[in-house]
Design a protein around this ligand. Structure first.
Ligand SMILES: Nc1nc2c(ncn2[C@@H]2O[C@H](COP(=O)(O)OP(=O)(O)OP(=O)(O)O)[C@@H](O)[C@H]2O)c(=O)[nH]1
Length: 320
């Protein structure tokens, strides 16, 4: 009878489970409840623990990430991010750290690359194992970056024509001015203003006027010689071009070409009679051999030439 009881006890008694720091410690249990993506790494970057939020974020299974080195998941061909992370962990070997957020691109297996912001803090000794451990909190920046890109694009673009707006024009001109000054290269500006556009609006209405501005913007865009040239809507019915490394002769030839294309567009799409044909006036100025002191005087010169073209009867190009 006793022997059967002993046997019975033997059968039902569970085998004692060994304490596993990486699964059973209060730290391991706690990170599973934190509503942030949390990774625990050792001082060489090996992932010792991670919570389900990380697996979700990375689009990879938790078990496949455990034991991986975080550095191998970092995507940066130049290696800057990896160096930053290594430096941070190296410091953490000597004294407790709490890093400001580091921006990283991470990729696990076949999942897409994600953009994250990660802060790293040394875990206190009582929460660590025999090694120094670091708690990394990851925040997804993918959506934030996409939204930022979209907002930046909107902030630089003219809504009606899709060309650069005046703000982008000014930034780009300053940048190219500095580059051309440094290398002693010419830089040209073309101003284009539609003649008697008020009459067009009065005659055909503002919606037709908008359509016309759009078509002219497209025509200017399609006439650009290279990717360095920037076309912008400068004002209501005024457009402006920045032409880096462009001599006065090349700028004049381009102005003639754009004028011809706009005239062909007008005949095809807008002109009902010869009198209603849309024309443009243009001013072309070039910075070379230190002719102008700054971007403002270059713009003033192009503007003065444009108004010279207007006052001389419109439908023409003026240049120095
Ligand atoms: N449809 C439309 N019209 C615009 C827009 N922006 C400015 N305009 C019009 O452009 C016209 C500009 O008139 P003005 O400055 O007198 O110039 P203009 O009639 O072109 O005459 P000149 O420039 O002297 O040849 C005005 O009628 C504005 O309403 C726009 O976004 N859409």
């Amino acid at each position: 009878m006793f022997s059967s009881m002993i046997n019975k006890n033997k059968e039902t008694r569970p085998t004692p489970k060994l304490f596993n720091f990486y699964q059973d410690s209060s730290l391991a249990r706690m990170i599973n409840f934190i509503n942030e993506a949390v990774i625990v790494i050792d001082s060489s970057g090996v992932i010792e623990m991670l919570n389900p939020m990380v697996a979700n974020l990375m689009g990879a299974q938790r078990d496949r990430l455990l034991g991986h080195n975080l550095l191998e998941l970092v995507v940066d061909a130049k290696g800057k991010s990896q160096t930053l992370l290594i430096d941070c962990l190296e410091k953490g070997r000597h004294y407790p750290i709490s890093s400001p957020p580091i921006e990283l691109n991470l990729k696990a297996d076949l999942s897409p690359t994600i953009s994250v912001e990660m802060s790293i803090s040394t875990l206190p000794e009582e929460l660590s194992s025999s090694n120094t451990l670091f708690l990394c909190i990851l925040r997804d920046l993918t959506l934030h970056k996409a939204e930022y890109g979209l907002l930046k694009q909107k902030a630089n673009t003219d809504y009606l024509t899709g060309l650069a707006n005046r703000h982008r024009f000014a930034d780009y001109l300053t940048k190219q001015w500095n580059i051309c000054e440094q290398d002693n290269l010419p830089l040209s500006i073309i101003f284009i203003d539609i003649d008697h556009f008020k009459n067009f609006n009065d005659r055909y209405g503002h919606i037709a006027g908008d359509r016309c501005l759009k078509r002219i913007g497209e025509t200017i865009s399609l006439s650009l010689p290279n990717r360095d040239t920037l076309a912008a809507r400068y004002g209501g019915e005024e457009f402006a071009l920045v032409l880096p490394q462009c001599s006065p002769q090349t700028a004049q030839l381009l102005a003639i070409r754009i004028k011809r294309h706009i005239s062909q567009l007008s005949t095809r799409q807008f002109a009902v009679t010869k009198e209603s044909q849309l024309t443009v006036s243009m001013g072309v100025a070039t910075q070379m051999e230190g002719r102008y002191n700054n971007t403002e005087s270059l713009l003033n010169a192009a503007d003065t030439l444009l108004y010279q073209a207007k006052s001389q009867g419109r439908d023409q190009i003026c240049f120095l």
